[in-house]
Ligand binder design. Structure first.
Ligand SMILES: [Zn+2]
Length: 307
């Protein structure tokens, strides 16, 4: 696989609006955001461990000494929530289903993730449920800036939100967008819902899209991610109709150019979710063998690497 590189760190994308981009954007290496106003700042998502978030906060403090009043979580996945507590004094906000999932997450030991993802650094990883929830949309008016936080329906997870700044034409997409070469991942959400969410993002009057993983992007990245999901859905459907099981289908699909994307192994989780929808299960329906699916997905990667 070709070494990919893109601009990382805290990058100003509009006046007072910053994307925090981490290198490679692979498993548990996510992006975040910062919006600075006259009196306070807003952070979008925390990161997977305290080392990452300490670095993020250090970068923030080079730019502003304003208090961080709000922390918006784009969804419950732990690479976006595990260090919420480090934004002391901030009111944390997310979709109502995101908070439910975050509360569920409290029952899990972060060490379980290390078993599934060897080498994962969980220093300082701790789940703290959010303070405030919303259902469809809410807005923050920071000085003259309008900030819309919108739930697109079940997509990457059951409780996603994206943050849209209409005047600045900026969108913080969370994991609704994995920007090439990061592979989209819909195991815990919906493949059709994710396609719809990408359409919704593309329909916004916006120029800059900050993905949950990968480089700062333009609209084209939405189409690329959408093409991938349509490809997976269509290939999975053929095999579903033939009676092939989901794991065999995932291994059978020739990924073509998508094989060179990082985390190509997500095909396993994505096909499982597609199958759930072909069976007529509701979007985001819990899969009883979720952990087993993740284990098999990572096994597949490992076995391909050892070849
Ligand atoms: Zn993520």
């Amino acid at each position: 696989m070709a070494e990919q590189s893109w601009k990382t760190g805290l990058i100003e994308i509009a006046d007072g609006v910053y994307a925090y981009i981490q290198e490679k954007g692979t498993w548990f290496v996510s992006n975040a955001g910062l919006i600075v106003g006259k009196e306070y700042a807003i952070v979008i998502d925390s990161l997977a461990n305290s080392k990452m978030t300490t670095r993020f906060i250090e970068e923030i403090r080079k730019i502003t000494d304003k208090p961080i009043r709000f922390l918006i979580n784009t969804h419950h996945h732990t690479d976006h929530t595990w260090t919420n507590y480090m934004f002391e004094g901030a009111i944390s906000i997310c979709h109502v289903r995101c908070r439910e999932m975050t509360v569920n997450e409290m029952k899990l030991d972060p060490k379980m993730y290390q078993m599934l993802f060897p080498g994962l650094d969980i220093t300082g990883a701790k789940v703290t449920p959010q303070d405030v929830v919303f259902e469809k949309e809410f807005r923050i008016y920071q000085d003259n800036r309008e900030i819309r936080v919108i739930h697109p329906g079940v997509a990457h997870t059951v409780g996603d939100a994206f943050v849209y700044l209409p005047d600045e034409k900026v969108v913080f997409c969370g994991d609704l967008l994995f920007a090439e070469p990061c592979t989209p991942f819909v195991l815990m959400g919906s493949i059709s819902g994710s396609i719809q969410a990408l359409d919704m993002l593309a329909s916004l009057d916006a120029d800059i899209y900050v993905p949950g993983h990968g480089p700062i992007s333009e609209r084209n990245a939405l189409y690329k991610a959408r093409d991938y999901l349509v490809f997976v859905r269509d290939e999975a459907r053929k095999r579903f109709k033939q009676g092939m099981n989901a794991f065999d289908a995932a291994k059978d699909i020739d990924l073509g150019e998508y094989r060179s994307w990082s985390e190509w192994e997500r095909i396993v989780g994505n096909v499982e979710r597609a199958y759930s929808e072909f069976r007529g299960e509701p979007p985001g329906a819990p899969l009883p063998n979720l952990i087993e699916i993740v284990r098999r997905m990572m096994e597949l990667r490992k076995s391909a690497e050892s070849k």
